[in-house]
Design a binder for this molecule. Sequence first.
Ligand code: ATP
Ligand code: MG
Length: 564
Amino acid sequence: MRFSKAFIPTQKEIPADATIPSHQLMLRAGLMRQLTAGVYVYLPLGYKAMLKAMEVVREEMNAIGGQEFHLPALNPESLWIQTGRRDVPNFILSIKERDLVLAPTHEEVIAWIASMHIQSYKDLPQIWYQIQTKFRNEPRPRSGVLRGRQFIMKDSYSLDASREGLDKSYDLHAEAYRNTFTRCGIRFFVVGASSGAMGGTGSQEFMVEAPHGEDTVALCTQCDYAANLEIASSALPKVTRNEGSSNVEEVHTPNVRTIDQLAEFLKVPRERLAKSVVYRHNGSPLLILMVGNDQLNESKLIAALGGGEVSPMSADDLKGLTGADGGSIGPVNLKGFKIIADKRLEGANGLISGANRNDYHLSNIDLQRDVTLDGYYDLRTIEPGEACPKCGAALKVSNAIELGHIFKLGTKYSEALNVTFLDEGGAGKPVIMGSYGIGIERIVACAIEQGHDANGIVWDKALAPYSVHVIAVNMNSKDVVLAANQVYRSLTEAGIEALFDDRGNVSPGFKFKDADLLGMPFQVIVGEKGLKNGQLEIKRRKTGERTMVAKDDVVSTVQSLLRE
Ligand code: ATP
Ligand code: MG
């Protein structure tokens, strides 16, 4: 591509809301523009990088036996009513025609096709995938293309006859994902994840560590334990059970509101304080008991409750129900609430909690004796420095970007949409499904997050829109023009994608700056000085390292550099 004819609108000024490197650089280097919040136009250079990412994904999906589909973005609403997902928040963007849905994912359509054509165990397993546009009404689209309201996803779905089959399809995807991200030159790690609104049993996320990432993960500093904070646990000890329980006593605690104030006031360790957190679950009052200052983790809460709508109870609502304020609520003699507790409190006694009367607490609470509990669950968010559940070393907490997600779905969708097969004995069974996603924009943006410096993007050769950026330093020199055209032609003929800066009205300094900003892996600099010795200069963008190469050796040198 000749720069003089190319549409590469680089820009200096970037909007203030572009705060992360990939967002800023995709704007500056002319890769994309924002049409409206969370909706982006991919310009030719940006789309080229996306196409490369898609091709790597496609090759790796084909390598595990995946078969490519193209499913429609517009779906009949009826399908989504059948699986109960018609009203999942974020999922449906806008429905002008009232009976259509802009698909946020495609389990429903896949299940619909399978329900018509999968008949026997002989038709299984299948891996079906597509690379297609998705729509989600993300509440706060930011971070550039990392969180769009319209974005491109590789989504695949496995159909199996048995749990073992699902395990195999899942492992194949894990392998394909490892190969894909490795080939794209991205440093990533894998964490255990929550299955969220999708239903299902096992799930893992492929993550990139990034200070601006919207996900938070716990990583062991010693072993390979890694989990999304939504499910991460630590080896924090349980609250010990004292021998014998004294009678519950009411204690006057005037103006004591927080756990810290209470610990200070009563001179007791925080572990003895059972904090009440109040919610509504599907409308019904719910009290959650946590140890001291432990933070309730909403994802764990939703998983423990088996899904449904949860929301913190408002102060007025609570006061109306109990006559007391938040700081004085406790589990003893509390009417009308379902009560659950964090696992750390399992069977504990000698606890202090609210008396359901302002300015009073109860001491000597024995959860076995005094409270009707609906169950103990792991409900707390781990803190950095706590012990790894696997090896006991310290955990750290990092921000990360989710590149891909693999789920064992099970039979939720096959049951809802009647996807059954006949097993070897002729019995009808629901097909066991898996679902697997990769964000194409996220591959490109993560590659830029990891590949940039003060001067611009540093592309890995796998995703670089062009492998080589040829720079004709001075277009007034006949020798330069001739040699630059020659090398551009030879590179192109050798199948090497080159961008040729042949602009006549642009200073050498400007061209060098643009080449660094656009970030192709290698620059071939054609200048008068080198040409006097029959040489051109090759600059490696990543390191800035420069070598002079005889004019005729440029193509073979670039070829071997690209093979590295
Ligand atoms: P997140 O937690 O970031 O919202 P998700 O769990 O909703 O992601 P999935 O439904 O599993 O994501 O989608 C599969 C993949 O699609 C994700 O791993 C991610 O790479 C990509 N993806 C999801 N939502 C977006 C989005 N709004 N913009 C760009 N890519 C996205
Ligand atoms: Mg999401």
